[in-house]
Ligand binder design. Structure first.
Ligand SMILES: Nc1ncnc2c1ncn2[C@@H]1O[C@H](COP(=O)(O)O)[C@@H](O)[C@H]1OP(=O)(O)O
Ligand SMILES: [Mg+2]
Ligand SMILES: [Mg+2]
Ligand SMILES: [Mg+2]
Length: 308
C-alpha cells in the first residue's frame, strides 16, 4: 500500500477491496443454502452472511488501521477469521486521487468507520437479492465524509461468476465513482420507502407528500442508490428503525453527488463514536436538484412529533 497517500484515500481504497470480498461471502452463503437465521428482535433478522461479512470487513480494516474506531452492526465476535477473508490490498485508482486540502491531515483519532455488512437482510432472506448492499461509511468528526457501497447481486441475471456485483464510492470534495449519476425525471414525484418496516406513521408521511409513485424496496443503501441513479426523487422513512451504519455510507456518497440526507426535522446526523446508534429522527434523503426543504415543509407535524 502507498503509505504516502492521505488517510482518507487509504481508508476508501481498502474499504473497496473489503466490500468486494464481503460480497463474495454473501453470495457463497446464499448458494450453499444454509442462512443460519437468528432473530435479533421484532422484524430484525441476522444471518450467517451478516455475521461473516462483518468479520471479513472488521478484521481486514482493523489489521490495516489498528487505531481507527470501527463500529459494526453485528457487534464483535472472537471467532477466528479464515485467512482468505482478510484482504489488505487497496484499490489503486483511489490512491491516485487528489485529496482536498481540508482532508489532507485527517488523523486516526478523528475517524469512525461505520460498517453495515449486509443492508437489506430481510430482503436477502426472501430472495430479493438486488436489494442487498454492503456499506462502509467513513466519518471524520461529526460528519459522514466518505462512503463505499457494494451491491453483490448487481447484474445477477446476466453476469457470470465473480463478474457479478458493483462497488460505488463517494468522497466529500472529490466526487463519486463506480456508477453514472443521473437526475430523476422532471414533473413527477417518485418516493421510495421501506417494504418490510412500514407502519401507520410511515404511511402518513408518504400520503402527505402526494407522490405520483411509491417504490417500496429494501435497504437504506439500495434506496439511496435509486436517488442517485434517477429512479426516485426522495427516500422517506418516518421511523426510528435505521441506525448510523445504515446511513453513513449512503449519506456520504449522496452528498458527494449533490443530494441531501437528514432526519425529518432537517438535521444532519452526527457520526462521531459517542453518538447514539439509532436514527431517532427518521430519514429524509433527496436526489440532486430536489428541494429538500419542500419535503420538510410538507411532512405533517403529527408525524414529525413522533420522532425525536
Ligand atoms: N425496525 C427495524 N429494525 C432493525 N433494522 C431496521 C429497522 N428498520 C430499518 N432497519 C434497517 O434499515 C434498513 C432500511 O430499512 P428498510 O429496508 O425497511 O427500508 C433495513 O434494511 C435495516 O437494515 P439491515 O438490513 O442492515 O438490518
Ligand atoms: Mg440488521
Ligand atoms: Mg442496514
Ligand atoms: Mg445490516
Amino acid at each position: 500500500m502507498a503509505q504516502s497517500a492521505p488517510l482518507i484515500l487509504r481508508l476508501v481504497a481498502s474499504s473497496i477491496t473489503a466490500v468486494n470480498r464481503a460480497g463474495k461471502i454473501i453470495r457463497d452463503i446464499m448458494s450453499q443454502g444454509d442462512l443460519g437465521i437468528v432473530e435479533k428482535g421484532k422484524n430484525d433478522l441476522q444471518t450467517e452472511a451478516d455475521r461473516s461479512a462483518q468479520r471479513c470487513i472488521v478484521t481486514s480494516l482493523s489489521r490495516q488501521f489498528p487505531s481507527v474506531a470501527i463500529i459494526g452492526e453485528e457487534g464483535s465476535s472472537n471467532c477466528e477469521v479464515p485467512s482468505d477473508w482478510v484482504v489488505t490490498d487497496s484499490d489503486p485508482e483511489i490512491l491516485q486521487l487528489s485529496c482536498p486540502e481540508e482532508l489532507l491531515n485527517v488523523q486516526d483519532s478523528e475517524v469512525v468507520i461505520w460498517v453495515d455488512p449486509l443492508d437489506g437482510t430481510s430482503e436477502y432472506t426472501q430472495g430479493l437479492l438486488d436489494h442487498v448492499t454492503v456499506l462502509i461509511g467513513i466519518a471524520v468528526g461529526d460528519r459522514a465524509i466518505a462512503g463505499v457501497m457494494h451491491q453483490p447481486y448487481y447484474n445477477y441475471e446476466t453476469a457470470i461468476g465473480d463478474a457479478m456485483g458493483r462497488t460505488l464510492w463517494g468522497i466529500s470534495g472529490i466526487g463519486a465513482g463506480g456508477f453514472e449519476p443521473c437526475l430523476p425525471p422532471e414533473g413527477k414525484r417518485i418516493v421510495t420507502t421501506t417494504r418490510s418496516h412500514s407502519n401507520a406513521v410511515v404511511q402518513a408521511a408518504l400520503d402527505a407528500l402526494q407522490p405520483d409513485e411509491v417504490l417500496r424496496v429494501g435497504g437504506a443503501g439500495h434506496k439511496v442508490m435509486l436517488l442517485m441513479e434517477g429512479k426516485a426523487h426522495a427516500y422517506v422513512f418516518a421511523s426510528a428503525g435505521c441506525k448510523r451504519w445504515d446511513t453513513c455510507a449512503p449519506e456520504a456518497i449522496l452528498v458527494s453527488v449533490g443530494g441531501h440526507l437528514t432526519d425529518l426535522h432537517g438535521n444532519r446526523y452526527c457520526y462521531n463514536k459517542n453518538t447514539p446508534y439509532q436514527n431517532a429522527g427518521g430519514v429524509l434523503a433527496t436526489a440532486k436538484g430536489e428541494d429538500h426543504g419542500w419535503y420538510l415543509k410538507n411532512l405533517p407535524d403529527a408525524v414529525c412529533q413522533t420522532l425525536i
